[in-house]
Write a protein that binds this ligand. Structure first.
Ligand code: C2E
Ligand code: MG
Ligand code: MG
Length: 600
């Protein structure tokens, strides 16, 4: 006897029939039965949608509708439990139709006994269970309980349809354990089987993790891990945005498998080789994707195992390089490979250093010194800019404080904020922490934000800038002139300075348009009482032009390139000794322009 309670739902519009069924079921001796009853088609749909009964008894006549329709609709809605159709005497011939619609049985009301009803329900449940089991056996791997090749193939076909429709990528990973045979030979097949099960669990686990990580970036939404047979597993990633996301999942598999397995008292180590094929690029159907992922897996074996490889078509050289760069970048912070260089800003009227811009450099172990233009965009894309930006702020603040401690006059240090940093909620906190940790006064930090970033979401930007300014921080609009701000717009932002973009300064002495734009920017800045700093000043002619137009602050190779921290300290020492780096040039220029008074 089964002592679990059996939950049964009757859908019947006749209360007498309900009472009859209830009485019959109460006669059933060896099983506790709880009968629920609803009397309309719609209530039936709703109740069956809950999937909380083990058997449904459906009356054939339900007002204007029939039990057959209810059956079909509920099955389409995902209702799983078996259904038994109850017919009146006159509806005798619906039996075939009932079976076709998916009924487990049909009973004629007048002929039902308690015994018959109980047996019919029991058979219906058993039959359903057996069907489900057969289905499971057909689609799942017996040992690991992962989807098998057949189900994987089915999921892949679905993914292909989706990929076509939504222009997303799908990728197939083919994973083969390295030297699995040795495990079998050393420990025996039983441990071998245990290992396969444990590997299956770890693979599932790592996509569960990666799922949540990936979901944050909304890059991978759907994962199927399957066993192909032997020590081979396949993974389907659908709705992927870029190959890098696939690579990340592959790496996570390798990392997860790297931890030792404890099997029956034995500590077992295993690695895997993974081949990756991407839908449409490396194949358009299951067979060709599988073949190419398999080929890529062999390539991974050839590369010394315990690694992943893309099938060669899917990644051109630049994408691969980018991927490598991204991997290197992830480690760069921990390996202390970043440096700050400093470029002095000069007041032309006095020749004195009035600020230092901190500019990041990456000392790559193989590539050498990498310029920010080559890696900042990637850090933005991956979100790495947030921890890196934090490091920049902290380092710049500490440096500024250290210079003060060394006896130099306080020099404002400018720090560049990228767009992603600027949109991060934690920005304020990060800044405050950097200030606290270094003990630097807010007045000695200038945050540089590019004009285009500020102009993107003006209201949000303004609110943030107002908040930053209220803390006493100074703000400069970087690369000015490229973001098309209007004068009236600029007034709305609490900024201290604008920096004229290098691209204008470059041609001011040769291109009348650039000269005109630069003049206008300077005039506009001055009318708003903003400091105007020209970037990228390389020649004395440019300096003279800028000075004549009333731009007094400049930064550029003419005075100094960005230099490492020690050299920057030397520049400050020279300045302190009265031999500032810009003194001579600035004196000459001011003298040269002496006759032509500066624009007021
Ligand atoms: P930016 O803020 O506009 O920095 C000025 C860039 O112009 C620097 O390039 C500087 O070396 C260069 N430069 C200065 N004077 C001259 C000159 O006379 N001639 C020429 N040809 N170039 C000059 P760098 O250091 O390569 O930086 C490029 C950009 O990378 C920066 O542009 C900034 O947007 C970004 N960046 C640099 N450091 C950081 C950082 O720590 N965080 C963030 N988010 N971005 C940074
Ligand atoms: Mg800058
Ligand atoms: Mg700039």
């Amino acid at each position: 006897m089964d002592d679990r309670q059996l939950r049964v739902l009757l859908v019947d519009d006749d209360e007498d029939d309900y009472i009859m069924t209830r009485d019959l079921l109460s006669e059933v001796k060896n099983r506790q039965i709880a009968l629920d009853w609803v009397s309309t088609f719609d209530d039936g749909i709703a109740a069956m949608g809950q999937n909380s009964h083990e058997v449904y008894l459906l009356d054939y006549r339900l007002g204007a509708r029939t039990g057959l329709e209810l059956m079909r609709e509920s099955i389409a809605n995902g209702c799983k439990a078996p259904m038994i159709l109850l017919t009146g005497q006159g509806d005798h011939r619906v039996d075939l139709e009932a079976m076709k619609a998916g009924a487990a049985d049909y009973l004629v009301k007048g002929e039902i006994s308690a015994l018959l009803l109980e047996r019919s329900m029991r058979y219906a449940i058993e039959k359903k269970r057996a069907e489900a089991q057969i289905l499971h056996m057909a689609y799942y791997d017996n040992l690991t309980n992962l989807p098998n090749r057949l189900l994987f193939q089915d999921r892949l076909s679905q993914a292909i349809v989706q990929a076509e429709r939504y222009e997303r990528m799908s990728a197939m990973l083919f994973l083969d354990l390295d030297n699995f045979k040795r495990i079998n030979d050393t420990f025996g097949h039983r441990i071998g089987d245990l290992l396969l099960k444990a590997v299956a669990d770890r693979l599932k686990e790592s996509v569960r993790d990666s799922d949540s990580v990936a979901r944050q970036h909304a890059d991978i939404l759907n994962v199927t891990v399957a066993r192909q047979g032997g020590d081979e597993f396949t993974v389907l990633l659908s709705e992927v945005r870029k190959p890098q996301d696939v690579a990340r999942v592959a790496q996570r598999f390798l990392d997860k498998l790297a931890r030792p397995f404890l099997l029956d008292g034995h500590e077992v180590f295993i690695t895997a080789s993974i081949g990756i094929a991407i839908y449409a690029i490396d194949g358009k159907d299951f067979e060709s994707l599988l073949k190419n992922a398999d080929a890529a897996m062999y390539h991974a074996k050839g590369q010394g195992k315990n690694n992943y490889q893309f099938y060669k078509q899917s990644m051109n050289a630049t994408a691969l390089e980018k991927l490598e760069l991204e991997n290197d970048l992830r480690r760069a912070l921990a390996r202390k490979e970043f440096l700050l260089y400093y470029q002095p800003q000069i007041d032309v009227r006095t020749g004195e250093i009035v600020g230092m811009e901190a500019l990041i450099r990456w000392q790559h172990p193989v590539r050498g010194l990498v310029s920010p233009a080559d890696f900042i965009p990637l850090t933005e894309e991956t979100g790495l800019i947030v921890p890196i930006g934090e490091w920049v702020l902290q380092t710049a603040c500490k440096q500024s404080k250290a210079w003060q401690a060394a006896g130099f006059a306080p020099i404002p240090v400018s720090v560049n904020l990228s767009s992603r940093q600027f949109r991060q909620r934690v920005l304020l906190q990060t800044i405050e922490q950097a200030m606290d940790a270094s003990g630097l006064d807010c007045r000695h930090i200038v945050l540089e934000i590019t004009e285009s970033v500020v102009m993107q979401e003006q209201e949000a930007s303004r609110a943030l800038l107002v908040e930053l300014a209220s803390k006493g921080l100074r703000l400069a609009m970087d690369d000015f002139g490229t973001g098309y701000s209007s004068l009236s717009n600029l007034k709305r932002f609490p900024i201290d300075a604008i920096k004229i973009d290098r691209s204008f300064v470059m041609d001011i002495t040769t291109d009348p348009d650039d000269a005109a734009i630069t003049k206008a920017i300077i005039a506009m800045g001055r009318s708003l009482n903003l400091n105007v700093i020209a970037e990228g000043v390389e020649t004395e002619e440019q300096l003279a032009f800028l000075y004549q137009q009333g731009c007094h602050m400049i930064q550029g190779f003419l005075i100094s390139r960005p230099v490492p921290m020690e050299e920057a300290a030397k520049l400050l020492a020279r300045e302190k000794a009265g031999d500032g780096i810009g003194l001579e040039i600035c004196r000459r220029i001011v003298k040269h322009c002496g006759g032509k008074a500066e624009v007021k």
